[in-house]
Design a protein around this ligand. Sequence first.
Ligand code: ATP
Ligand code: MG
Ligand code: MG
Ligand code: MG
Length: 469
Amino acid sequence: MSGVNEIRNTFLDYFGANGHAKVPSSSLVPHNDPTLMFTAAGMVQFKNVFTGLEKRDYTRATTSQKCVRAGGKHNDLDNVGYTARHHTFFEMLGNFSFGDYFKEEAITHAWNLVTKEYGLDKDRLLVTIYHTDDQAFDLWKKIAGLPDEKIIRIATSDNFWSAGDTGPCGPCSEIFYDHGDHIWGGPPGSPEEDGDRFVEIWNLVFMQYEQIAPDVRHDLPSPSIDTGMGLERISAVMQGVHDNYDIDLFKALIRASEELTSTKAEGANKASHRVIADHLRATSFLIADGVLPSNEGRGYVLRRIMRRAMRHAHLLGAQDPLMHRLVPSLITQMGAAYPELDRARGLITETLELEETKFRKTLDRGLGLLNDAAAGLKEGDSLSGETAFKLYDTYGFPLDLTQDALRARNIEVDLVGFDTAMEKQKAEARANWSGSGDAADEKVWFALRDEYGATEFFGYETEKAEGVI
Ligand code: ATP
Ligand code: MG
Ligand code: MG
Ligand code: MG
Protein backbone atom coordinates (compact mmCIF):
# COMPACT_ATOMS: atom_id res chain seq x y z
CA MET A 1 0.00 0.00 0.00
CA SER A 2 1.32 3.42 -0.89
CA GLY A 3 1.53 5.96 1.89
CA VAL A 4 0.71 9.64 1.49
CA ASN A 5 4.38 10.56 1.08
CA GLU A 6 4.81 8.13 -1.82
CA ILE A 7 1.57 9.24 -3.47
CA ARG A 8 2.77 12.85 -3.34
CA ASN A 9 6.12 11.89 -4.85
CA THR A 10 4.54 9.81 -7.62
CA PHE A 11 2.63 12.88 -8.75
CA LEU A 12 5.60 15.25 -8.63
CA ASP A 13 7.92 12.72 -10.28
CA TYR A 14 5.45 12.00 -13.06
CA PHE A 15 5.14 15.66 -14.01
CA GLY A 16 8.85 16.23 -13.36
CA ALA A 17 9.62 13.51 -15.90
CA ASN A 18 7.29 15.29 -18.31
CA GLY A 19 9.19 18.55 -18.33
CA HIS A 20 7.62 20.30 -15.34
CA ALA A 21 9.76 22.28 -12.89
CA LYS A 22 9.20 21.01 -9.34
CA VAL A 23 8.39 24.19 -7.44
CA PRO A 24 8.11 24.22 -3.64
CA SER A 25 4.80 25.05 -1.99
CA SER A 26 4.36 28.74 -1.29
CA SER A 27 3.38 30.10 2.12
CA LEU A 28 -0.17 29.81 3.44
CA VAL A 29 -0.07 33.59 3.69
CA PRO A 30 -0.33 34.81 0.11
CA HIS A 31 2.32 37.50 -0.05
CA ASN A 32 1.39 38.59 -3.55
CA ASP A 33 -2.28 39.13 -2.83
CA PRO A 34 -3.54 41.06 0.20
CA THR A 35 -7.17 40.38 -0.79
CA LEU A 36 -6.79 36.67 -0.06
CA MET A 37 -7.11 35.37 3.48
CA PHE A 38 -5.07 32.20 2.91
CA THR A 39 -3.58 30.30 0.02
CA ALA A 40 -6.48 28.06 -1.02
CA ALA A 41 -5.20 26.60 -4.30
CA GLY A 42 -2.02 25.72 -6.15
CA MET A 43 -2.40 28.50 -8.69
CA VAL A 44 -2.15 31.32 -6.16
CA GLN A 45 1.64 31.57 -6.29
CA PHE A 46 1.49 31.64 -10.11
CA LYS A 47 -1.23 34.24 -10.50
CA ASN A 48 1.00 36.82 -12.13
CA VAL A 49 2.64 34.21 -14.33
CA PHE A 50 -0.75 33.31 -15.80
CA THR A 51 -1.56 36.93 -16.59
CA GLY A 52 1.90 37.54 -18.08
CA LEU A 53 2.89 40.13 -15.45
CA GLU A 54 5.68 37.89 -14.28
CA LYS A 55 8.07 35.67 -16.23
CA ARG A 56 9.71 32.51 -14.91
CA ASP A 57 12.39 30.41 -16.52
CA TYR A 58 9.94 27.55 -17.00
CA THR A 59 6.59 27.22 -18.75
CA ARG A 60 5.50 24.05 -16.94
CA ALA A 61 5.45 23.52 -13.21
CA THR A 62 4.27 21.00 -10.65
CA THR A 63 3.67 21.53 -6.93
CA SER A 64 2.23 20.12 -3.79
CA GLN A 65 0.69 23.24 -2.31
CA LYS A 66 -0.28 23.77 1.31
CA CYS A 67 -3.86 25.07 1.35
CA VAL A 68 -6.19 26.34 4.04
CA ARG A 69 -9.90 26.75 3.40
CA ALA A 70 -11.16 28.12 6.66
CA GLY A 71 -11.93 31.73 5.98
CA GLY A 72 -12.67 34.21 3.23
CA LYS A 73 -14.21 33.02 -0.02
CA HIS A 74 -13.27 29.38 0.50
CA ASN A 75 -14.48 28.09 3.84
CA ASP A 76 -14.85 24.39 4.58
CA LEU A 77 -14.51 24.75 8.36
CA ASP A 78 -18.03 23.65 9.17
CA ASN A 79 -17.66 20.47 7.14
CA VAL A 80 -14.59 19.29 8.99
CA GLY A 81 -15.03 16.21 11.12
CA TYR A 82 -18.43 15.60 9.59
CA THR A 83 -17.79 14.85 5.87
CA ALA A 84 -15.37 12.24 4.64
CA ARG A 85 -13.58 14.60 2.30
CA HIS A 86 -13.10 18.09 3.71
CA HIS A 87 -10.21 19.48 5.71
CA THR A 88 -9.32 22.98 6.80
CA PHE A 89 -5.70 22.27 5.82
CA PHE A 90 -4.94 20.02 2.88
CA GLU A 91 -2.36 19.54 0.19
CA MET A 92 -3.25 20.29 -3.39
CA LEU A 93 -1.19 18.53 -6.04
CA GLY A 94 -1.05 20.46 -9.28
CA ASN A 95 0.43 20.72 -12.73
CA PHE A 96 0.54 24.03 -14.54
CA SER A 97 1.15 25.14 -18.10
CA PHE A 98 1.88 28.80 -18.67
CA GLY A 99 0.91 29.21 -22.31
CA ASP A 100 2.62 25.90 -23.09
CA TYR A 101 0.42 22.79 -23.51
CA PHE A 102 -3.36 22.93 -23.38
CA LYS A 103 -6.46 20.78 -23.12
CA GLU A 104 -5.37 17.69 -24.97
CA GLU A 105 -2.09 17.25 -23.15
CA ALA A 106 -3.65 18.14 -19.79
CA ILE A 107 -6.33 15.47 -20.17
CA THR A 108 -3.80 12.95 -21.45
CA HIS A 109 -1.53 13.52 -18.44
CA ALA A 110 -4.39 13.37 -15.97
CA TRP A 111 -5.72 10.14 -17.44
CA ASN A 112 -2.26 8.54 -17.59
CA LEU A 113 -1.51 9.45 -14.03
CA VAL A 114 -4.73 8.18 -12.49
CA THR A 115 -5.07 5.01 -14.54
CA LYS A 116 -1.43 4.03 -15.13
CA GLU A 117 0.75 5.54 -12.39
CA TYR A 118 -1.91 5.28 -9.69
CA GLY A 119 -3.54 2.27 -11.34
CA LEU A 120 -7.15 3.25 -10.61
CA ASP A 121 -9.95 1.19 -12.08
CA LYS A 122 -11.21 3.07 -15.11
CA ASP A 123 -14.77 1.90 -14.51
CA ARG A 124 -14.89 3.80 -11.26
CA LEU A 125 -14.01 7.12 -12.87
CA LEU A 126 -16.30 9.71 -14.36
CA VAL A 127 -15.79 13.31 -15.34
CA THR A 128 -17.71 16.55 -15.57
CA ILE A 129 -17.20 19.24 -18.19
CA TYR A 130 -18.66 22.71 -18.70
CA HIS A 131 -21.89 22.24 -20.65
CA THR A 132 -20.72 24.07 -23.77
CA ASP A 133 -17.21 22.62 -23.86
CA ASP A 134 -17.59 20.17 -26.76
CA GLN A 135 -13.86 20.10 -27.24
CA ALA A 136 -13.37 18.63 -23.76
CA PHE A 137 -16.18 16.15 -24.39
CA ASP A 138 -14.47 14.90 -27.56
CA LEU A 139 -11.08 14.70 -25.89
CA TRP A 140 -12.36 12.65 -22.95
CA LYS A 141 -13.97 10.25 -25.41
CA LYS A 142 -10.86 9.99 -27.54
CA ILE A 143 -8.23 9.81 -24.80
CA ALA A 144 -10.04 7.93 -22.05
CA GLY A 145 -12.66 6.12 -24.07
CA LEU A 146 -15.29 7.09 -21.52
CA PRO A 147 -18.90 6.41 -22.50
CA ASP A 148 -21.13 9.46 -23.05
CA GLU A 149 -22.98 9.06 -19.76
CA LYS A 150 -19.71 9.31 -17.83
CA ILE A 151 -18.91 12.71 -19.29
CA ILE A 152 -21.41 14.85 -17.48
CA ARG A 153 -22.21 18.35 -18.71
CA ILE A 154 -22.60 20.88 -15.89
CA ALA A 155 -23.89 24.39 -16.49
CA THR A 156 -23.00 25.98 -13.15
CA SER A 157 -19.96 27.95 -12.05
CA ASP A 158 -18.63 24.69 -10.52
CA ASN A 159 -17.35 24.01 -14.02
CA PHE A 160 -16.36 27.49 -15.04
CA TRP A 161 -13.39 28.99 -13.29
CA SER A 162 -12.66 32.69 -12.89
CA ALA A 163 -10.68 34.62 -10.32
CA GLY A 164 -12.94 37.66 -10.41
CA ASP A 165 -15.16 39.71 -12.70
CA THR A 166 -12.34 40.28 -15.13
CA GLY A 167 -9.11 38.48 -15.99
CA PRO A 168 -8.27 34.99 -17.22
CA CYS A 169 -11.02 32.40 -16.95
CA GLY A 170 -12.25 29.24 -18.59
CA PRO A 171 -14.17 26.01 -18.37
CA CYS A 172 -13.04 23.21 -16.10
CA SER A 173 -13.35 19.49 -15.96
CA GLU A 174 -13.49 17.53 -12.72
CA ILE A 175 -12.58 13.88 -12.25
CA PHE A 176 -14.74 11.93 -9.80
CA TYR A 177 -14.20 8.54 -8.20
CA ASP A 178 -17.12 6.27 -7.39
CA HIS A 179 -16.51 4.68 -3.99
CA GLY A 180 -19.39 2.25 -4.52
CA ASP A 181 -23.07 1.91 -3.85
CA HIS A 182 -22.62 1.02 -0.19
CA ILE A 183 -22.11 4.76 0.36
CA TRP A 184 -24.87 7.31 0.02
CA GLY A 185 -24.58 9.84 -2.80
CA GLY A 186 -25.22 10.41 -6.48
CA PRO A 187 -23.14 11.48 -9.48
CA PRO A 188 -22.38 15.17 -9.99
CA GLY A 189 -25.40 17.11 -11.18
CA SER A 190 -27.82 14.69 -9.50
CA PRO A 191 -29.93 15.56 -6.45
CA GLU A 192 -27.74 13.34 -4.24
CA GLU A 193 -24.46 14.86 -5.35
CA ASP A 194 -23.63 16.13 -1.86
CA GLY A 195 -23.23 12.58 -0.58
CA ASP A 196 -19.81 11.00 -0.21
CA ARG A 197 -20.17 8.22 -2.77
CA PHE A 198 -18.85 10.17 -5.76
CA VAL A 199 -15.84 12.16 -4.65
CA GLU A 200 -14.20 14.84 -6.72
CA ILE A 201 -10.52 14.07 -6.83
CA TRP A 202 -9.08 16.36 -9.48
CA ASN A 203 -10.05 19.62 -11.10
CA LEU A 204 -8.54 20.64 -14.46
CA VAL A 205 -8.97 24.30 -15.36
CA PHE A 206 -8.62 25.29 -19.00
CA MET A 207 -7.75 28.97 -18.95
CA GLN A 208 -8.67 30.00 -22.43
CA TYR A 209 -10.43 33.36 -22.20
CA GLU A 210 -9.88 36.77 -20.80
CA GLN A 211 -12.94 38.53 -19.45
CA ILE A 212 -12.64 42.21 -20.35
CA ALA A 213 -16.10 43.44 -19.32
CA PRO A 214 -19.31 41.66 -18.25
CA ASP A 215 -20.24 40.87 -21.87
CA VAL A 216 -16.83 40.96 -23.50
CA ARG A 217 -14.66 37.88 -23.53
CA HIS A 218 -11.57 37.39 -25.71
CA ASP A 219 -9.68 34.24 -26.51
CA LEU A 220 -6.31 34.23 -24.76
CA PRO A 221 -3.48 34.12 -27.30
CA SER A 222 -1.76 31.32 -25.40
CA PRO A 223 -4.14 29.39 -23.20
CA SER A 224 -2.94 27.88 -19.94
CA ILE A 225 -3.59 24.97 -17.62
CA ASP A 226 -4.13 24.97 -13.86
CA THR A 227 -5.03 21.77 -12.05
CA GLY A 228 -5.62 20.73 -8.46
CA MET A 229 -5.93 17.30 -6.91
CA GLY A 230 -6.51 16.78 -3.19
CA LEU A 231 -3.69 14.58 -1.87
CA GLU A 232 -5.78 13.25 1.00
CA ARG A 233 -8.65 12.33 -1.34
CA ILE A 234 -6.48 10.50 -3.86
CA SER A 235 -4.74 8.77 -0.95
CA ALA A 236 -8.07 7.51 0.35
CA VAL A 237 -8.82 6.04 -3.07
CA MET A 238 -5.36 4.50 -3.37
CA GLN A 239 -5.50 3.01 0.11
CA GLY A 240 -8.90 1.44 -0.52
CA VAL A 241 -10.70 3.50 2.08
CA HIS A 242 -13.58 5.79 1.40
CA ASP A 243 -12.88 8.28 4.11
CA ASN A 244 -9.97 10.75 4.10
CA TYR A 245 -9.63 10.32 7.85
CA ASP A 246 -8.81 6.64 7.37
CA ILE A 247 -5.61 7.25 5.39
CA ASP A 248 -2.23 6.40 6.97
CA LEU A 249 -1.38 9.98 7.90
CA PHE A 250 -4.66 10.70 9.67
CA LYS A 251 -4.73 7.30 11.30
CA ALA A 252 -1.35 8.05 12.85
CA LEU A 253 -2.47 11.45 14.15
CA ILE A 254 -5.72 10.05 15.51
CA ARG A 255 -3.84 7.19 17.17
CA ALA A 256 -1.71 9.77 18.97
CA SER A 257 -4.72 11.67 20.27
CA GLU A 258 -6.37 8.39 21.28
CA GLU A 259 -3.32 7.48 23.30
CA LEU A 260 -2.96 10.84 24.98
CA THR A 261 -6.63 11.03 25.94
CA SER A 262 -7.12 7.29 26.62
CA THR A 263 -10.22 7.33 24.44
CA LYS A 264 -11.17 5.67 21.15
CA ALA A 265 -12.20 7.40 17.95
CA GLU A 266 -15.58 5.73 18.00
CA GLY A 267 -19.18 6.76 18.49
CA ALA A 268 -19.59 10.24 19.86
CA ASN A 269 -15.81 10.70 20.11
CA LYS A 270 -15.12 10.09 16.45
CA ALA A 271 -15.80 13.62 15.25
CA SER A 272 -13.73 15.06 18.10
CA HIS A 273 -10.64 13.05 17.15
CA ARG A 274 -11.06 14.05 13.52
CA VAL A 275 -11.45 17.71 14.31
CA ILE A 276 -8.37 17.58 16.56
CA ALA A 277 -6.24 15.88 13.88
CA ASP A 278 -7.42 18.25 11.18
CA HIS A 279 -7.03 21.38 13.28
CA LEU A 280 -3.61 20.26 14.51
CA ARG A 281 -2.41 20.37 10.93
CA ALA A 282 -4.06 23.71 10.13
CA THR A 283 -2.83 25.45 13.26
CA SER A 284 0.72 24.09 13.10
CA PHE A 285 1.18 24.96 9.45
CA LEU A 286 -0.29 28.43 9.93
CA ILE A 287 2.02 29.15 12.85
CA ALA A 288 4.98 27.82 10.86
CA ASP A 289 4.07 30.34 8.17
CA GLY A 290 4.08 33.20 10.64
CA VAL A 291 0.41 33.55 11.64
CA LEU A 292 -0.13 34.00 15.38
CA PRO A 293 -3.44 33.93 17.24
CA SER A 294 -5.00 37.37 17.57
CA ASN A 295 -8.38 39.04 17.53
CA GLU A 296 -8.54 40.08 13.93
CA GLY A 297 -8.00 38.85 10.40
CA ARG A 298 -5.90 35.75 9.84
CA GLY A 299 -4.91 35.55 13.49
CA TYR A 300 -8.55 35.36 14.52
CA VAL A 301 -9.25 32.56 12.07
CA LEU A 302 -6.29 30.71 13.57
CA ARG A 303 -7.61 31.35 17.09
CA ARG A 304 -11.05 30.07 16.10
CA ILE A 305 -9.56 26.88 14.69
CA MET A 306 -7.44 26.38 17.81
CA ARG A 307 -10.32 26.93 20.21
CA ARG A 308 -12.59 24.60 18.31
CA ALA A 309 -10.00 21.88 18.62
CA MET A 310 -9.52 22.69 22.30
CA ARG A 311 -13.21 22.28 23.01
CA HIS A 312 -13.05 18.85 21.41
CA ALA A 313 -10.01 17.97 23.54
CA HIS A 314 -12.04 19.00 26.55
CA LEU A 315 -14.96 16.83 25.37
CA LEU A 316 -12.59 13.87 25.28
CA GLY A 317 -11.85 14.56 28.92
CA ALA A 318 -8.34 15.96 28.50
CA GLN A 319 -7.44 17.50 31.85
CA ASP A 320 -4.42 19.40 30.58
CA PRO A 321 -3.56 21.15 27.35
CA LEU A 322 -3.42 18.53 24.62
CA MET A 323 -2.73 20.06 21.24
CA HIS A 324 0.94 20.89 21.77
CA ARG A 325 1.64 17.29 22.78
CA LEU A 326 0.51 16.11 19.35
CA VAL A 327 3.07 18.22 17.49
CA PRO A 328 5.77 15.48 17.51
CA SER A 329 3.39 13.06 15.73
CA LEU A 330 2.62 15.65 13.10
CA ILE A 331 6.32 16.29 12.50
CA THR A 332 6.95 12.55 12.22
CA GLN A 333 4.28 12.33 9.53
CA MET A 334 4.90 15.51 7.57
CA GLY A 335 8.25 16.94 8.63
CA ALA A 336 10.22 15.39 5.77
CA ALA A 337 7.99 16.97 3.11
CA TYR A 338 7.68 20.26 5.00
CA PRO A 339 10.90 21.05 6.92
CA GLU A 340 9.43 24.37 8.09
CA LEU A 341 7.41 22.37 10.62
CA ASP A 342 10.48 21.16 12.43
CA ARG A 343 12.11 24.58 12.18
CA ALA A 344 9.08 26.11 13.89
CA ARG A 345 8.65 23.24 16.37
CA GLY A 346 9.34 25.44 19.43
CA LEU A 347 7.07 28.26 18.31
CA ILE A 348 4.22 25.90 17.39
CA THR A 349 4.47 24.03 20.68
CA GLU A 350 4.65 27.15 22.84
CA THR A 351 1.87 28.96 21.01
CA LEU A 352 -0.50 26.01 21.24
CA GLU A 353 0.27 25.41 24.90
CA LEU A 354 -0.13 29.05 25.88
CA GLU A 355 -3.36 29.49 23.96
CA GLU A 356 -4.85 26.30 25.40
CA THR A 357 -3.77 27.13 28.94
CA LYS A 358 -5.45 30.52 28.69
CA PHE A 359 -8.58 29.24 27.00
CA ARG A 360 -9.10 26.48 29.52
CA LYS A 361 -9.58 29.11 32.22
CA THR A 362 -12.83 30.26 30.64
CA LEU A 363 -13.78 27.13 28.71
CA ASP A 364 -15.23 25.23 31.66
CA ARG A 365 -17.32 28.13 32.88
CA GLY A 366 -18.48 28.96 29.36
CA LEU A 367 -19.52 25.38 28.71
CA GLY A 368 -21.37 25.37 32.01
CA LEU A 369 -23.31 28.43 30.93
CA LEU A 370 -23.95 26.95 27.50
CA ASN A 371 -25.20 23.66 28.94
CA ASP A 372 -27.55 25.45 31.33
CA ALA A 373 -28.90 27.69 28.59
CA ALA A 374 -29.38 24.80 26.17
CA ALA A 375 -30.76 22.34 28.72
CA GLY A 376 -34.38 23.18 27.99
CA LEU A 377 -33.95 23.35 24.23
CA LYS A 378 -34.95 20.59 21.86
CA GLU A 379 -34.04 19.67 18.31
CA GLY A 380 -34.85 22.51 15.90
CA ASP A 381 -34.82 25.20 18.62
CA SER A 382 -32.39 28.11 18.65
CA LEU A 383 -30.05 29.28 21.37
CA SER A 384 -30.67 32.95 22.15
CA GLY A 385 -28.35 35.40 20.46
CA GLU A 386 -27.69 37.07 23.79
CA THR A 387 -26.33 33.86 25.30
CA ALA A 388 -24.14 33.25 22.26
CA PHE A 389 -22.90 36.81 22.53
CA LYS A 390 -22.14 36.45 26.22
CA LEU A 391 -20.18 33.30 25.47
CA TYR A 392 -18.23 35.20 22.85
CA ASP A 393 -17.72 38.35 24.83
CA THR A 394 -17.05 37.01 28.30
CA TYR A 395 -15.79 33.49 27.76
CA GLY A 396 -13.97 33.85 24.45
CA PHE A 397 -16.16 31.40 22.53
CA PRO A 398 -15.99 32.21 18.83
CA LEU A 399 -19.50 32.02 17.38
CA ASP A 400 -18.68 28.96 15.28
CA LEU A 401 -17.44 27.13 18.39
CA THR A 402 -20.85 27.61 20.01
CA GLN A 403 -22.55 26.50 16.80
CA ASP A 404 -20.29 23.45 16.62
CA ALA A 405 -21.09 22.60 20.24
CA LEU A 406 -24.82 22.59 19.51
CA ARG A 407 -24.57 20.78 16.22
CA ALA A 408 -24.95 17.24 17.56
CA ARG A 409 -28.29 18.24 19.09
CA ASN A 410 -29.50 20.03 15.95
CA ILE A 411 -29.82 23.33 17.72
CA GLU A 412 -28.94 26.56 15.94
CA VAL A 413 -27.92 29.96 17.20
CA ASP A 414 -30.16 32.98 16.71
CA LEU A 415 -27.74 34.94 14.54
CA VAL A 416 -29.88 38.05 14.28
CA GLY A 417 -30.05 38.12 18.06
CA PHE A 418 -26.28 37.68 18.24
CA ASP A 419 -25.73 40.70 15.97
CA THR A 420 -28.26 42.74 17.92
CA ALA A 421 -26.50 41.96 21.20
CA MET A 422 -23.17 42.94 19.64
CA GLU A 423 -24.60 46.22 18.33
CA LYS A 424 -26.27 46.96 21.64
CA GLN A 425 -23.02 46.57 23.48
CA LYS A 426 -21.25 48.85 21.03
CA ALA A 427 -23.98 51.48 21.40
CA GLU A 428 -23.77 51.31 25.20
CA ALA A 429 -20.06 51.72 25.14
CA ARG A 430 -20.47 54.78 22.95
CA ALA A 431 -23.07 56.25 25.29
CA ASN A 432 -20.90 55.67 28.37
CA TRP A 433 -17.85 57.15 26.78
CA SER A 434 -17.05 60.53 28.28
CA GLY A 435 -13.81 60.76 26.38
CA SER A 436 -11.41 63.62 26.10
CA GLY A 437 -13.88 65.88 24.41
CA ASP A 438 -11.73 65.70 21.33
CA ALA A 439 -13.74 64.30 18.41
CA ALA A 440 -10.62 63.07 16.63
CA ASP A 441 -9.52 61.06 19.67
CA GLU A 442 -12.94 59.57 19.93
CA LYS A 443 -12.90 58.45 16.33
CA VAL A 444 -9.61 56.67 16.80
CA TRP A 445 -10.85 55.04 19.98
CA PHE A 446 -13.95 53.62 18.32
CA ALA A 447 -12.04 52.54 15.25
CA LEU A 448 -9.67 50.57 17.46
CA ARG A 449 -12.48 49.17 19.46
CA ASP A 450 -14.33 48.00 16.36
CA GLU A 451 -11.19 46.47 14.99
CA TYR A 452 -10.15 44.62 18.12
CA GLY A 453 -13.54 43.81 19.54
CA ALA A 454 -14.96 44.84 22.87
CA THR A 455 -13.38 42.41 25.26
CA GLU A 456 -9.73 42.70 24.58
CA PHE A 457 -9.97 46.44 24.47
CA PHE A 458 -11.82 46.73 27.74
CA GLY A 459 -9.64 44.22 29.51
CA TYR A 460 -11.79 44.32 32.65
CA GLU A 461 -11.01 40.79 33.73
CA THR A 462 -7.60 39.30 34.16
CA GLU A 463 -8.08 36.63 31.53
CA LYS A 464 -9.27 39.23 29.12
CA ALA A 465 -6.35 41.44 29.84
CA GLU A 466 -4.19 38.47 28.92
CA GLY A 467 -5.89 38.40 25.57
CA VAL A 468 -8.42 35.66 26.08
CA ILE A 469 -11.50 36.90 24.40
P1 ATP B 1 -15.59 20.13 -3.35
O1 ATP B 1 -16.60 20.38 -4.44
O2 ATP B 1 -15.47 18.69 -2.98
O3 ATP B 1 -15.78 21.03 -2.16
P2 ATP B 1 -13.90 21.96 -4.78
O4 ATP B 1 -14.51 21.90 -6.15
O5 ATP B 1 -14.29 23.08 -3.88
O6 ATP B 1 -14.16 20.55 -3.99
P3 ATP B 1 -11.40 22.72 -5.99
O7 ATP B 1 -11.47 24.15 -5.69
O8 ATP B 1 -11.71 22.27 -7.38
O9 ATP B 1 -12.32 21.92 -4.92
O10 ATP B 1 -9.96 22.19 -5.54
C1 ATP B 1 -9.22 21.19 -6.25
C2 ATP B 1 -9.15 19.88 -5.47
O11 ATP B 1 -8.72 20.09 -4.12
C3 ATP B 1 -10.48 19.17 -5.36
O12 ATP B 1 -10.74 18.42 -6.52
C4 ATP B 1 -10.26 18.29 -4.14
O13 ATP B 1 -9.59 17.08 -4.50
C5 ATP B 1 -9.33 19.12 -3.28
N1 ATP B 1 -10.06 19.82 -2.18
C6 ATP B 1 -10.83 20.93 -2.29
N2 ATP B 1 -11.30 21.34 -1.08
C7 ATP B 1 -10.81 20.45 -0.18
C8 ATP B 1 -10.90 20.34 1.25
N3 ATP B 1 -11.57 21.22 1.99
N4 ATP B 1 -10.25 19.32 1.85
C9 ATP B 1 -9.55 18.42 1.13
N5 ATP B 1 -9.41 18.47 -0.22
C10 ATP B 1 -10.02 19.48 -0.87
MG1 MG C 1 -15.45 23.11 -2.18
MG1 MG D 1 -16.35 20.80 -6.60
MG1 MG E 1 -13.51 21.54 -8.06
